[in-house]
Design a protein around this ligand. Structure first.
Ligand code: NAI
Ligand code: MG
Length: 338
């Protein structure tokens, strides 16, 4: 496996070290190339993502990313110039975010019940494409537009991926989340696509919810969800709710995928660089290790992915909640278990 590693800023390098510890244990022929990208490089050199680096990244099987960001960098620079650029250049049209409540993990919900959902969020369209503009800025007549772009091709491929994932899970259930009653143009495209693609997956039962209703059910009845498919913006928001109810930021994993396999996927914990705890060795690397499991699964290494997931499940169920997390100790335990 040829893996590109972007450890990034803050706690990024700390959690990535542990992720690689676990990955190296289950993939003996692991070859890593490290890339210095992120806030630190930008502050030093003004560079975000040189074209030569992007070309090299394309030549790998996958990318493991820690976190990018620093309070000293104005907002938008790293997001647009590095993170979103990678997503668009590598055609990461699937943003995959599982949310599972593990035994031993406390949910903020009083009676959460079992939660095990997989959110499939569209990653390259919707309101995030930069299709908009500003007129008469800083005047009382300022006009700002941010147009949501939805293509039949783009919706079909992410819906198909979601159905494929649903078919492979025991419950075989898929929920489309949108706002079809108000966003009627895009909503109709999404609904019709789910109906058409769904005809090829008769074993999957399909539900639909408006995003506002879904936001309530994520809190009141999260156990109802199995696989979810939704657009870029709704997915961004509801996946954070799902992460919160299943134990929060130290556990939330994600994968940015090109489902066709043409470009390498990028796998990363959902959290940021956490400057408040960076350098202290107390960041939980579990979200990164769970992202490693998504990476293994995407590359067809299902057995290894299951080992890593089982190691995390065991570790979480046996942790002493009184003991503070030590980054390297968690990594050592998970590497030994996997
Ligand atoms: P953050 O996720 O870095 O931190 C939020 C809170 O969660 C902090 O109190 C932090 O200590 C805690 N936390 C985060 N990860 C943790 C872990 N593994 N274990 C234990 N505690 C953890 O979000 P914040 O503070 O809003 O952003 C900090 C920087 O990260 C900013 O520059 C932001 O732009 C960037 N960021 C980068 C992301 C990425 O690389 N994809 C995603 C989110 C934020
Ligand atoms: Mg988000």
């Amino acid at each position: 496996m040829r893996l590109a590693v972007i450890a990034g800023d803050g706690i990024g390098p700390e959690v990535v070290t542990e992720g690689l510890k676990v990955l190296g244990g289950v993939v003996p022929d692991l070859e890593t190339t490290e890339y210095d990208l992120g806030a630190t490089r930008w502050q030093r050199t003004g560079e975000l993502l040189p074209d030569s680096v992007l070309d090299e990244l394309r030549g790998h099987d996958a990318i493991l990313l820690g976190a990018i960001g620093d309070p000293g960098v104005p907002p938008g620079i790293l997001e647009r110039g590095l993170l979103l650029r990678l997503r668009f250049e590598l055609d990461h049209h699937v943003n995959l975010r599982p949310a599972k409540l593990y035994d031993g993990v406390r949910s903020p919900l009083a009676e959460p019940g079992p939660i095990d959902m997989l959110c499939v969020r569209e990653g390259t369209e919707g309101p995030y494409v930069g299709n908009g503009g500003v007129l008469r800025r800083d005047t009382p007549h300022e006009v700002a537009t941010e147009v949501s772009l939805n293509t039949a091709f783009g919706v079909e491929r992410v819906v198909r991926y979601a159905f494929e994932r649903a078919t492979a899970r025991p419950r075989r259930h898929l929920t489309l989340i949108h706002k079809t009653n108000v966003l009627t143009h895009a909503g109709s495209l999404w609904s019709r696509t789910v109906e058409e693609v769904g005809a090829e997956f008769p074993e999957v039962t399909v539900a639909y919810q408006h995003v506002d209703a879904a936001s309530m059910f994520f809190i009141t009845d999260p156990g109802r969800y199995d696989v979810i498919v939704t657009d870029n913006l709704f997915g961004d928001i509801v996946t954070d709710v799902a992460a919160a109810v299943t134990g929060g930021i130290g556990l939330a994993a994600s994968g940015n995928l090109d489902a066709s396999g043409t470009h390498p996927g990028m796998f990363e914990p959902v959290h940021g660089s956490a400057p408040d705890i960076a350098g202290q060795g107390v960041a939980d690397p579990t979200a990164t290790v769970l992202s490693v499991a998504l990476l293994l699964e995407h590359l067809g290494l299902g057995d290894q992915a299951r080992k890593v997931n089982a190691a995390v499940a065991f570790d979480l169920s046996t942790r002493d909640p009184q003991q503070p997390v030590r980054t390297t100790e968690v990594g050592d335990r998970l590497a030994a278990l996997a």
